[in-house]
Design a protein around this ligand. Structure first.
Ligand code: MN
Length: 204
């Protein structure tokens, strides 16, 4: 095993004989980096915002989910790096496992890193995270346009804020977390995924 594998914490928290989540053994980085937002009904409902960088998915848990209103600041708490193949994980994490509950892929797409050191020199995602400000352009199915993730000093250094940039894709009235609850992969709601799993359980 490699030293300082960014996925150590992810793997330590999980028993892959129990959970159907990927162990992250296969790596396939994409030509364009991906972002994914997973709706996760665990002990508390939240949205996991993930950005591909350095061969993993850098991750934040966003309790209220993303907004399309630039006036809304959404708390985003960093969580452990996830493997790239987590991006299309959808289903049920079994009772007793870390993060037990139902997951659906709420939005997925590619992104561009917008941060620059100066006019001609982009700032890497790793540098942006260290610097406490991430700026990305999302090309998702539900979310498009600029989003900022900004580290705050409130409540310790743990807390970040997810904020929509003021651009043509901003829309204060849209509220997609409320109006567009379904998976962009399967078209299912959390309730439908649960009902399906319960039905399979009866037959098995
Ligand atoms: Mn989660």
């Amino acid at each position: 095993m490699k030293e300082n594998d960014p996925l150590d914490e992810y793997r330590k928290k999980r028993d892959f004989r129990e959970t159907g989540e990927p162990a992250g053994e296969g790596r396939h980085s994409s030509a364009q980096p991906v972002f994914v937002i997973q709706k996760h009904d665990a002990s508390r409902l939240h949205y996991d915002f993930r950005l591909e960088a350095g061969g993993v998915l850098k991750s934040w848990a966003v309790p209220k989910g993303p907004s399309t209103d630039p006036g809304e600041k959404r708390l985003a708490v960093p969580t452990e790096d996830h493997p790239l193949d987590y991006a299309d994980f959808e289903g049920i994490i079994p009772e007793g496992s870390y993060g037990a509950g139902t997951v659906l892929v709420w939005d997925i797409g590619t992104y561009r890193n917008l941060r620059e050191k100066d006019e001609d020199h982009p700032m890497s995602m790793a540098e942006s995270i260290t610097d406490g400000k991430v700026l990305v352009w999302l090309e998702g199915k539900k979310l498009q346009g600029g989003y900022a993730l900004v580290r705050t000093n409130m409540g310790g250094a743990k807390n970040w804020l997810l904020i929509k940039e003021r651009d043509r894709q901003a829309d204060a009235r849209r509220d997609p977390v409320r109006s567009e609850p379904r998976s962009v992969l399967s078209g299912k709601t959390l309730e439908e995924i649960n009902a399906e799993a319960a039905g399979k359980g009866d037959k098995g």
